[in-house]
Design a protein around this ligand. Structure first.
Ligand code: SF4
Length: 407
C-alpha cells in the first residue's frame, strides 16, 4: 500500500504501479491524488542554473554558494516536504541566521496556532468517524479540496457509535459564501454568508443559543440551526480558508462560539489543511522554537513576528530558497515580484511558475511516490510512508543535507 500526498488526508490505502511513464493498476486514488502523482511523469524539473540545464551536483553547489554569501536569506515553503526534510531545513535556517516561514503564514496559521496552543478543542478524524453526529463544513469544501474526506471520515462511513451513518445518524451542515459541491450534498442545511460575514453569522448562532432573535439570516432557519446544535451529541467544525480569511483578527469570536457550544454539548475543530504536511512543519517549528511560523534566526535566538512573514521578508531578503511550494502562483503579486528580484533557489519535483523563474532549480523525488518519510495529517496524526517507485533523484532531506554540508 502507498500513501497519497495529494492533500492533508494522507490516504493510506493507495495501490498503484507505474508502466511506460503512466500510473497503472490504481486503486483508491481520488481524481486529485491521481493528478498529483501523474504530474510526476509529465511535468518534472531538471537541474538548472540561469535557465541552462546543468548536472545535479553543480546546482546544489551553486545553491550553497548563494545561501552562504547572503546576509538575510529567506527559506520558505516546507508544507510539501516530509518531517525529516523540515527538520534539516530548520537546522539550515539556524546555521545561516535565516528567516524561515511556511505556507501557513498566509493561510491557516492563525487557526493552527490556536489549535496547537489548546485554545480550540480538537480531535482526530477517526474520532469524527466514530462519534460525530453533526459535521459543519465552514468555509471549506472537501468535495473539491479533499475528495475522500466525506467518504472516509465525516459523512458517509459507519463508525463505532454511528452505525446508521448519514442515512439516519449524521447531519452535514455547510456554511459558505457560495453553494459549493459539499453544500449541494446538504441543501436543507446550507447557510449562505456574505463575503466577510462569518463573524456576523457566529454572533447570530450565539444569539439563537441564548434564545434571542438573530440579526442576520433567515430567522426561522437560524433558530432551526440552533436546535440542531443543541441536540448534537458530538459535533465537529471543519474550518476552512474561507472562514479563516473572513475572520482574521476576529478569531476570538470563534473561540467564544466553541466555548459556548461546549457548555451545551461536545464540539471540536479540525483545520482543513491543504498541503500534505503543513501541520507537520507548524508542530515541528513550535517544538524547536516556540512558534509555528514566521521565525528569524538572525540574532542567534529565534525571533517571531509579522516582520518575519514571507510577505514582509520577501522585500528585505537578499536570497531565497523555496521548497515544495509555488509562491509565484499562490502569494500576492507584490510578494512574488519582490522574490523574483533576488537569487532564487527552487527545490521541487515538478515545474511551476516559481521553478520557471528561479536562478537555481534542484529536482527532487516526489514524496509518497518516490520518497519515503513522515507526514502529519490535518488532525495531527503522524503517518509514515515508504516510496512505491525507485527514483535516481534525491529526496528533499538529502538535498538540504548536501547544501548544509557544502555551507
Ligand atoms: S483525498 Fe487527498 S490524500 Fe486522499 S487520495 Fe485524494 S488527494 Fe490523495
Amino acid at each position: 500500500m502507498a500513501i497519497c500526498t495529494g492533500c492533508s488526508l494522507l490516504c493510506e490505502d493507495i495501490e498503484a504501479a507505474e508502466k511506460d511513464g503512466a500510473l497503472t493498476h490504481v486503486k483508491n486514488l481520488c481524481r486529485k491524488g491521481h493528478g498529483h502523482f501523474q504530474a510526476a511523469f509529465t511535468e518534472r524539473t531538471v537541474p538548472m542554473i540561469d535557465g541552462e540545464q546543468v548536472d545535479l551536483d553543480r546546482a546544489i553547489t551553486k545553491a550553497a554558494e548563494i545561501l552562504k554569501s547572503a546576509k538575510s536569506p529567506l527559506l520558505y515553503g516546507w508544507s510539501n516536504s516530509t518531517l525529516e526534510a523540515q527538520a534539516v531545513g530548520i537546522e539550515l535556517a539556524e546555521k545561516l541566521g535565516a528567516t524561515i516561514d511556511d505556507t501557513s503564514s498566509s493561510c491557516q496559521g492563525i487557526l493552527m496556532e490556536r489549535i496547537l496552543s489548546g485554545k480550540l478543542p480538537t480531535c482526530t478524524l477517526d474520532d469524527v468517524r466514530n462519534y460525530a453526529d453533526t459535521s459543519i463544513f465552514w468555509g471549506s469544501d472537501p468535495s473539491s479540496s479533499h475528495p475522500r474526506h466525506l467518504s472516509r471520515f465525516s459523512y458517509y462511513p459507519r463508525g463505532e457509535k454511528r452505525q446508521k451513518s448519514y442515512e439516519e445518524e449524521r447531519t452535514c451542515i455547510a456554511v459558505d459564501v457560495r453553494k459549493s459541491a459539499t453544500a449541494n450534498l446538504c441543501p436543507n442545511y446550507y447557510f449562505q454568508v456574505a463575503p466577510s460575514g462569518d463573524a456576523q453569522f457566529m454572533e447570530a448562532i450565539l444569539a439563537v443559543l441564548e434564545g434571542k432573535i438573530p440579526r442576520v439570516g433567515d430567522k426561522k432557519k437560524m433558530i432551526g440551526l440552533g436546535s440542531i446544535l443543541k441536540k448534537t451529541e458530538w459535533g465537529v467544525i471543519f474550518a476552512g480558508l474561507g472562514m479563516v480569511y473572513s475572520l482574521q483578527e476576529k478569531m476570538d469570536l470563534f473561540e467564544k462560539l466553541l466555548a459556548r457550544l461546549n457548555e451545551i454539548t461536545t464540539f471540536k475543530v479540525v483545520p482543513m489543511v491543504g498541503h500534505y504536511n503543513m501541520r507537520g512543519f507548524n508542530e515541528l517549528l513550535l517544538e524547536k522554537t516556540g512558534f509555528i511560523n514566521r521565525v528569524s534566526f538572525k540574532d542567534g535566538k529565534p525571533a517571531h513576528g509579522p516582520e518575519h512573514s514571507v510577505v514582509a521578508a520577501a522585500k528585505t531578503c537578499d536570497a531565497a530558497l523555496i521548497i515544495g511550494s509555488d509562491p509565484f502562483s499562490a502569494l500576492p503579486f507584490g510578494t512574488a515580484r519582490a522574490l523574483a528580484k533576488v537569487p532564487l533557489i527552487a527545490i521541487d519535483p515538478r515545474r511551476s511558475l516559481t521553478t520557471d523563474g528561479a536562478k537555481v532549480v534542484i529536482p527532487s523525488a516526489l514524496s509518497g511516490l518516490e520518497a519515503g518519510g513522515t507526514g502529519v495529517r490535518m488532525d495531527g496524526v503522524k503517518i509514515k510512508f515508504e516510496p512505491i517507485m525507485k527514483s535516481d533523484l534525491p529526496t528533499d532531506e538529502q538535498i538540504l543535507t548536501r547544501i548544509m554540508e557544502a555551507i
